[in-house]
Design a protein. Structure first.
Length: 323
């Protein structure tokens, strides 16, 4: 049985939500209180949102156990701003909170659910295997969707999280919005952590993570948004993980982590998505990884790098044209 790991991730995310509600105008976001008392903070459905909104949405999604910053473009990747994420608690920030492991469904509604509310729900295999329990008073979640969720959706989420609806905060943004695009691109470290989990590596041996990925222009439709944000990770991200492990273990594991290890690597994700009839579950799961991974072994002082950046695919995906 995994050791029970109790931590109040939702309380930390709640602090950023309180700040968001006090900066609606300056962050260009909106808020709604549903009939059941649940709060919805809109980062891009009926509002413009922006870079600042996206940074804070990403922080909420990571339960504020991270830094999310915007940097100038990297010539090795392309002319787009770089979104950098650093965390000293990648297990809780990424796997217990940020990972989009909860498909939220109901009466014609669908959204990918992430954020620390997942730890309150506690139903996913990854959470059970890590023994993570959150006894926060609040439940805070992030939904990738194009509409404001209804009272019934919020009630269902609250029930699954074992809180009353008035203790639920849902932060929403479409993938094709500015804020929605940024919060997905801020998942570079999370993709590497999830890949390690799938490969059977003990996640507690990862003591820190840094990732950078280019911020694409928001797309005008759902498929374009999914395509560009995935391509930013698959072909433009570089993740560094600091770990405590045996060198031989890392040398064997490392080549399997980056996206180039997948049979579906090599073309814009929108094309791959279309080829599989827009069914995520048909895409090779091994594709969802950073383009490049560096593993730094604190136990031996050695480090290795695998994978490659593909700026030409990013240019094709992001619709770059020369003036």
């Amino acid at each position: 049985m995994p050791q029970i790991n109790s931590i109040r991730l939702n309380e930390q995310a709640f602090g950023i939500c309180k700040s968001a509600l006090g900066h609606l105008h300056s962050w260009r976001i909106g808020s709604h209180v549903l009939e059941n008392g649940a709060t919805v903070i809109d980062f891009g459905v009926e509002v413009t949102g922006g870079i600042l909104a996206g940074q804070n949405l990403a922080r909420i999604c990571l339960a504020d156990r991270c830094k999310v910053t915007v940097h100038p473009s990297d010539s090795a990747v392309g002319p787009w701003p770089q979104i950098q994420v650093y965390t000293e608690d990648p297990v809780h920030a990424c796997m217990a909170s940020q990972y989009a492991g909860w498909p939220v469904k109901g009466d014609g509604f669908f959204a990918m659910g992430s954020g620390p509310m997942r730890a309150k729900r506690g139903q996913e295999p990854v959470l059970k295997s890590l023994g993570i329990v959150d006894d926060s008073e609040w439940a805070v979640g992030v939904l990738e969707c194009d509409v404001i969720p209804t009272k019934d959706i919020a009630t269902s989420i609250a029930q699954e999280c074992s809180v009353s609806p008035d203790k639920l905060i849902l932060c929403v943004a479409p993938t094709r919005s500015i804020a929605g695009t940024l919060q997905v691109v801020a998942r570079s470290v999370e993709t590497s952590m999830h890949k390690l989990f799938e490969l059977g590596f003990p996640l507690h041996q990862v003591v820190g993570g840094h990732g950078s990925a280019p911020l694409p222009p928001p797309a005008i439709d759902f498929v374009g948004g999914i395509g560009r944000t995935n391509d930013a990770i698959l072909y433009g991200s570089h993740v560094t993980l600091w770990v405590q492990a045996e060198d031989e273990q890392l040398r064997e594991l490392g080549p399997k982590i980056p996206s180039c290890h997948s049979k579906d690597f090599g073309k814009p994700f929108a094309e791959t998505f279309k080829a599989y009839d827009f069914d995520f579950y048909k895409v090779d799961p091994g594709l969802f990884s950073p383009a490049m991974i560096t593993l730094v072994n604190l136990k031996s002082g050695r480090s290795w790098r695998w994978g490659k950046l593909r700026p030409e695919i990013l240019a094709l995906s992001f619709g770059e044209s020369l003036g």
